[in-house]
Design a protein around this ligand. Structure first.
Ligand code: HEC
Length: 105
């Protein structure tokens, strides 16, 4: 009985916290790599594409939600964010925030 209550509590907490899964985020980030690069540092020294590697988790979540809502306006990213579910955003943010911020070579 205690075990069941504990498991329920753990489940409820993880649902509330919306903790992202970096490994799942890595898979989902394949479409992002075209612009943001595999390592999250952009594809070129031309800084049209912001570096995402090492950015704060909450900042990434907020940015993606803002593109979805149109609070932050950018046609390219609005299209990229349009179909992301909350769990996708959490996973992507977990992945990019877990990466090391590196300089573009
Ligand atoms: C076609 C190129 C392209 C693709 C693909 C793309 N992005 Fe972007 N991304 C951009 C551009 C350009 C910006 C800068 C937009 C702006 O000025 O707000 C940007 C900005 C962002 C930002 C805000 C960064 C900051 O520093 O504020 C986040 C977060 C982001 N992208 C996440 C993603 C994720 C996650 C994916 C994959 C699901 C993705 N992007 C796919 C081009 C792209």
């Amino acid at each position: 009985m205690t075990k069941i209550i504990l498991m329920a509590a753990v489940f409820a907490f993880s649902t509330l916290a919306q903790a992202g899964d970096p490994a799942a985020g890595r898979e989902k980030a394949k479409v992002c790599a075209a612009c943001h690069g595999e390592g999250g540092v952009g594809v070129s020294a031309m800084q049209d594409f912001p570096k995402l590697a090492g950015q704060q988790n909450d900042y990434l979540v907020r940015a993606l939600k803002d593109y979805q809502l149109g609070v932050r306006k950018n046609p390219v990213m609005a299209a990229q964010a349009a179909n992301l579910k909350a769990a996708d955003i959490a996973d992507l943010a977990a992945w990019f925030s877990s990466q090391q911020a590196l300089a573009v070579k």
